[in-house]
Design a protein around this ligand. Structure first.
Ligand SMILES: [Fe+2]
Length: 205
C-alpha cells in the first residue's frame, strides 16, 4: 500500500494521463473482446504487455497537421457512443496535442498524404515507452482509404468511429464504434473512412 501510494505520488502529470489511457484501452478491449472471432488473438498476452511498467519519453516534440482540425469532431463521435469508448476518448483528450504526428512515408497521392495523420502514443516516438508493445492512433479524412500494408507484429485496432476494414482482398466490414479489428502477423490489411473522419487506436506487439 505504501509502495503504491509513493508510486502515485511520484507520477508526473503525463504519466498519469498515459496510465489512465492504458486503463481505458484495456477496458475497451475487454468489453469488445467478442467482436474478434480469430483464436490467434490472445487478449491476455496483449493486456499483460500493456500492464508492464514503462518510462516516460521527454524528448518528444509535438507536431501537428491541418487535418487535426477534424479531431474534435471524431472525439465527439466517440464520446457519444458506449461508456467505455466515451472514457477512452476522454483519456485521449490531454494526450493528443502532445503527440508527434507523422505521415506515412512512401509514394502516395496528395489526397492521401494530406488526408491522414498517424502518431505513436506508446513507443520510441511516443510519450511513453513499454518494452513489448507499441500503441498509436490514426486519423483519416472522410472517404480516404489507408493503403494496404502489413507488418510482422500482430495488431488490434480499437475503432473510435464508423469505418470500413479489410484483410487481403476480402470484403470490407464495418464494426460498430468500439469494435475491435485483429490483424495476425504479416497479413495485408487496410481501412477506409466513410462519410465522417475515421479515428482508431492501434496496438502492435
Ligand atoms: Fe496495420
Amino acid at each position: 500500500m505504501v509502495t503504491h501510494t509513493l508510486k502515485l505520488f511520484f507520477m508526473t502529470e503525463c504519466t498519469q494521463h498515459i496510465a489512465n489511457f492504458i486503463n481505458c484501452m484495456i477496458a475497451a478491449i475487454n468489453t469488445s473482446i467478442d467482436t474478434i472471432d480469430d483464436n490467434r488473438f490472445q487478449s491476455s498476452t496483449l493486456i499483460s504487455k500493456l500492464k508492464t511498467i514503462g518510462r516516460q519519453n521527454n524528448n518528444i516534440q509535438a507536431v501537428a497537421f491541418p487535418i487535426l482540425d477534424l479531431l474534435p469532431q471524431a472525439i465527439d463521435t466517440a464520446i457519444s457512443s458506449s461508456p467505455c469508448i466515451k472514457a477512452l476518448a476522454h483519456s485521449l483528450t490531454p494526450i493528443l496535442p502532445k503527440l508527434q504526428w507523422y505521415r506515412r512515408e512512401g509514394e502516395y497521392s496528395k489526397r492521401f498524404v494530406q488526408g491522414h495523420a498517424n502518431a505513436f502514443i506508446i513507443g520510441k516516438k511516443g510519450l511513453y515507452t513499454l518494452d513489448d508493445v507499441i500503441v498509436g492512433i490514426t486519423l483519416l479524412v472522410p472517404r480516404i482509404q489507408y493503403p494496404d500494408h502489413n507488418h510482422p507484429p500482430e495488431e488490434v485496432y480499437i475503432t473510435l468511429s464508423d469505418g470500413s476494414w479489410r484483410q487481403k482482398a476480402g470484403e470490407w466490414r464495418s464494426p460498430s464504434i468500439g469494435g475491435l479489428v485483429y490483424n495476425p502477423k504479416n497479413i495485408t490489411h487496410s481501412m477506409c473512412a466513410k462519410n465522417e473522419p475515421l479515428l482508431a487506436v492501434w496496438c502492435l506487439w
